[in-house]
Design a protein around this ligand. Structure first.
Ligand code: PEP
Length: 249
């Protein structure tokens, strides 16, 4: 059985008080989840949110990490720093990091390599832009994103890998991919994982969907056979909508 996962990416939202209140509200609204639940607060609040969630099922995940281990890198945060506050999971390759901060395949490959070397769990985001989908090349784009990064590494801890399919055109736009579109790409990703790693081990890798998930579209998407959960942006900033999405899986 594959893991079922819902993760909330809070991005650059919520200050300290708002972050700790949000995690407390999520815990109060649902004491026992039917899947694994993660939240990704901003760096300064990882520790506090972890402390508040330590007695619950909620795990805390970082939104990013440096591809270097230490040194003169102003503004960067290392894996060791995250581990020192017991953060063991990180989102890599979010389309906002790729587009707004210029993270290319070479950088992402280094980040992935470092994470696996240090036993970090990785949520690796991939997905096509609107232009690519309109040209009908989304399958090739996904394949290349994987081939140039993850598939080019020799030492991948598959047990520590979650793939997040996030079509860029659906992120923060209110327009989600429909369940046929999601199932088609997730099945494509699953086939690529099978070819690269063999069916037995890759069948256990969760593939989650992200892009304008809301309580009114989540259960349709989660019902797809190759969808193992969701990465939620905007709707994770409100405890009720996030809990409703969790409950819909
Ligand atoms: C995201 O940024 O990962 C995301 C899925 O955002 P939203 O749910 O707001 O589209």
């Amino acid at each position: 059985m594959r893991r079922k996962i819902i993760a909330g990416n809070w991005k650059m939202n919520k200050d300290l008080k708002e972050s700790t209140s949000l995690v407390q509200e999520i815990i109060q609204k649902n004491k026992s989840f039917n899947c694994e639940v993660y939240v990704a607060p901003a760096f300064p609040f990882l520790n506090e949110v972890s402390l508040f969630s330590s007695s619950s099922q909620i795990k805390v995940i970082a939104q990013n990490v440096s591809n270097k281990s230490s040194g003169a890198l102003t503004g960067e945060v290392s894996i060791d720093m995250l581990k020192s506050i017991n953060i063991e999971s990180v989102i890599i390759g979010h389309s906002e990091r790729r587009k707004l901060f210029g993270e290319d395949d070479i950088t992402l490959k280094m980040k992935l390599e470092n994470c696996f070397k240090n036993n970090m769990e990785v949520f690796f985001c991939i997905g096509e832009t609107l232009d690519m989908r309109e040209k009908g090349i989304q399958n090739d784009v996904i394949e290349n994103q994987l081939k140039n990064t993850l598939f080019d590494l020799n030492n991948v801890n598959l047990e520590k890998l979650v793939i997040a399919y996030e079509p860029v055109w659906a992120i923060g736009t209110g327009v989600n991919a429909n369940s046929d579109q999601v199932q088609e790409i997730h099945c494509h990703i699953r086939n690529l994982l099978n070819l690269r790693y063999g069916k037995e081990s890759s069948d256990l890798i969760p593939i989650i969907y992200g892009g304008s998930l809301k309580p009114d579209n989540s259960s349709n998407i989660f019902n797809c056979s190759d969808v193992d959960g969701g990465l939620v942006g905007g709707a994770s900033l409100n405890s009720q909508t996030f809990v409703d999405i969790i409950n819909s899986i």
